[in-house]
Design a binder for this molecule. Structure first.
Ligand SMILES: NC(=O)c1ccc[n+]([C@@H]2O[C@H](COP(=O)([O-])OP(=O)(O)OC[C@H]3O[C@@H](n4cnc5c(N)ncnc54)[C@H](O)[C@@H]3O)[C@@H](O)[C@H]2O)c1
Length: 331
């Protein structure tokens, strides 16, 4: 398959690009244009893999450019390009709509005009808001508790509307919090690990929300299983580990795995507005099993800790940390 990945230089995108090349697909990787000519995390992948990836710089917000890219021998488009930070979405919400919604619109229109065989759009568990029922199935109502979540709800609906209106072969994959090597230092697990590497005191936001944390290898497998599948067209599919843990407990487990005694403090400037914080997330993955034959390999507490150990190992290497500004707290 000729697969175009947008957001390919990011955390999940770079792992997915590697995995798809290993599976024998031809990967075109859209990287957000920047004046440093940086290909983000793609620059850190195995050189023998990278040489098989066609890197294209661009921007999903550019309708003309997206049409030009999708016109050229693409079978599958996987849309991962997005602005993803929740705190930054409080400050820069318009840019979230521009990228996450209008960027997707450009992709969908081009896919419609050029007969693309499959479009996999990436949603997020944040769209559920604080759940009314646990575990969260795909039929759970959505509630935008941040501009980020709201932009993703709009994008998901837009993607599904193109299936209903134009028979476009769209599927919406909805990962719960994913973690692993190369994740943004703004995310919770890299934040905890890098703070523990530096000090004995952890400065975090709210300690009581729970999350379903999925190891990146599992998330990538969810995308791969979604490519050659017809049953998932017009469907939303959760990708999660089915294991729920609070931020406090998570910090304790990481400190134990890193052999360091820590003091955990909740800092006001890191706490999200009360009604914006999603209090719990726990995925039901029954539909993923049924439709795309996917289940997490890193499941339960044991699987989770296995993923954590790999992540800690990666973040503990100085050569990897040089890509992060771990001493600076910003949104
Ligand atoms: N990481 C998670 O826990 C998680 C959970 C659920 C869903 N998701 C979704 O998965 C996708 C990938 O997330 P990630 O964690 O890899 O984040 P990431 O920030 O590492 O990757 C997003 C990529 O999109 C690119 N991008 C941003 N604006 C762009 C534009 N205008 N044009 C082209 N590219 C642009 C960025 O450069 C970046 O490489 C996102 O859609 C996100 O919403 C992530």
């Amino acid at each position: 398959m000729n697969v175009l990945i947008t957001g390919s230089e990011g955390f999940i995108g770079s792992h997915l690009a590697e995995a798809l090349v290993r599976k024998g697909h031809n990967v075109k990787a859209l990287v957000l244009y920047n004046s440093f000519n940086s290909w983000g995390w793609l620059e850190q992948i195995d050189k023998n893999i990278l040489k098989n990836i066609e890197v294209i710089t661009g921007d999903v917000r550019d309708e003309y450019l997206i049409r030009k890219i999708i016109k050229k021998r693409i079978d599958v488009v996987i849309n991962l390009a997005a602005l993803i930070g929740i705190p930054y979405s409080y400050r820069a919400s318009k840019s979230y709509l521009d990228t996450n919604v209008y960027g997707l619109l450009n992709i969908l229109n081009a896919c419609k005009d050029f007969g693309i065989k499959k479009i996999i759009h990436t949603s997020t568990s944040e769209v559920y808001g604080t759940p009314k029922i646990i575990p969260i199935t795909e039929s759970h109502p959505v509630s935008g508790q941040s501009p980020y979540a709201a932009s993703k709800i709009a994008a998901d609906q837009l993607a599904l509307s193109y299936e209903k209106s134009f028979n476009l072969p769209v599927t919406v994959l909805r990962p719960f919090n994913t973690f692993g090597p190369r994740q943004s230092a703004r995310a919770i697990i890299p934040t905890i690990i890098t703070q523990i590497l530096r000090s004995n005191t952890l400065k975090l936001g709210s300690l009581f929300p729970t999350r379903d944390l999925t190891y990146v290898e599992d998330t990538v497998a969810g995308f791969i299983n979604s490519i050659n599948n017809k049953k998932n067209i017009g469907e939303i599919i959760n990708i999660g580990s089915g294991f729920e843990i609070s931020i406090k407990k998570l910090s304790e487990i990481i400190s134990k795995l890193m052999n360091k005694k820590i003091i955990i403090k909740s800092h006001k400037e890191r706490i999200r507005p009360k009604n914006s914080e999603v209090k719990r997330l726990l995925a039901s993955t029954k539909k993923a099993k049924k439709i795309i034959n996917w289940k997490p390999k890193y499941s339960g507490k044991k699987g989770f800790e296995h993923g954590l150990k790999k992540t800690i190992h990666w973040f503990s290497k100085k050569e990897n940390l040089k890509f992060y500004k771990t001493n600076i707290f910003n949104d």
